[in-house]
Design a protein around this ligand. Structure first.
Ligand SMILES: NC(=O)c1ccc[n+]([C@@H]2O[C@H](COP(=O)([O-])OP(=O)(O)OC[C@H]3O[C@@H](n4cnc5c(N)ncnc54)[C@H](OP(=O)(O)O)[C@@H]3O)[C@@H](O)[C@H]2O)c1
Length: 256
């Protein structure tokens, strides 16, 4: 690897999509920086890694100071770390629990973006991993849907403040990860009908392996830059229009 290698930051690199992204970036000769609570043991000798609990907002700055010391340019930043929370009705979720989900899925990203702005690191592209849940509003997706909708707006707002950087929020499609494991364990399909689509996706091409999902995101980076700065883009719009149309047509009407 030479000093001119492109550089990437991936948050939440210990499993699922973040681990897949780290693999795929290394395959493309990126120098990869990352953070999570568990660490990226699978790629320990190949990524530069720092342990960080992103819910501890005050710890993020010092962790990034350590992780990115001496880095002057990042070709891509992927804000991937996130949690699902519970599949539950909004009325049964406490504000305290919603705050915890917002802390990791939204406010940690705000702190990271503020740190990056202040750092003066030249950044070509920022991609925040969002979800179709940000717009679907399906019953049960409470804290997750709220947080991803907020993340989409966070990206739109920060696009004004990062000059020379393209910012987007991107829904990757269904990725076989711990989040899908949790969704497949849920049994109350009558109350939360959107679970069925996800559980039916197991064993089909609709459910992407983390590596495949990561490759799709990296392949889409140039196309994303053609969208208005700050946009939310569901990759299925570009790559699987029929799947996307079916998803949107299914609707989320109250009582369904
Ligand atoms: N799976 C899907 O179908 C799907 C669809 C749409 C969007 N997404 C989004 O994709 C992203 C990755 O999720 P995934 O599906 O790959 O699930 P995952 O395997 O659970 O990965 C989540 C990652 O976030 C990190 N993370 C969670 N809480 C953290 C914390 N407090 N501090 C630091 N890191 C934390 C985890 O690391 P540690 O546990 O080691 O801290 C892990 O590396 C999420 O933003 C998710 O919303 C997933």
């Amino acid at each position: 690897m030479t000093d001119t290698s492109p550089r990437a930051l991936v948050t939440g690199n210990s499993s699922g999509l973040g681990l897949g992204l780290s693999h795929a970036l290394l395959d493309r000769d990126y120098r990869v920086y990352g953070c999570s609570r568990r660490g990226c043991a699978a790629l320990a000798d190949r990524v530069t890694d720092v342990l960080c609990d992103l819910t501890d907002l005050d710890s993020i700055g010092p962790a990034l100071d350590q992780l990115l010391a001496g880095v002057e340019r990042l070709e891509v930043v992927i804000l991937n770390a996130g949690i699902l929370g519970e599949i539950e009705d909004m009325s049964r979720l406490s504000v305290e629990r919603l705050r915890e989900i917002m802390d990791i899925n939204v406010w940690a990203n705000k702190v990271i973006l503020d740190w990056l702005l202040a750092s003066g690191i030249e950044i070509e592209q920022i991609v925040a991993i969002s979800s179709g849940a940000a717009v679907l509003g399906n019953r049960g997706w409470g804290g997750y849907a709220l947080s991803k909708a907020s993340l989409n707006m966070l990206c739109r707002l920060y696009a004004h403040e990062f000059t020379g950087t393209h910012v987007s929020a991107v829904a990757p499609g269904l990725v076989d990860s711990r989040i899908i494991d949790t969704l497949c364990e849920q049994t109350d399909i009558e109350r939360f009908p959107a679970l069925k689509r996800i559980q039916d996706a197991r064993g089909t091409d609709t459910l992407l392996s983390p590596t495949r999902a990561a490759e799709r995101i990296l392949e889409a980076l140039p196309s994303l830059r053609e969208f208005e700065n700050g946009s939310f883009v569901d990759l299925r719009q570009i790559l699987a229009p029929e799947e996307y149309a079916a998803l949107m047509a299914r609707g989320n009407r109250p009582g369904h």
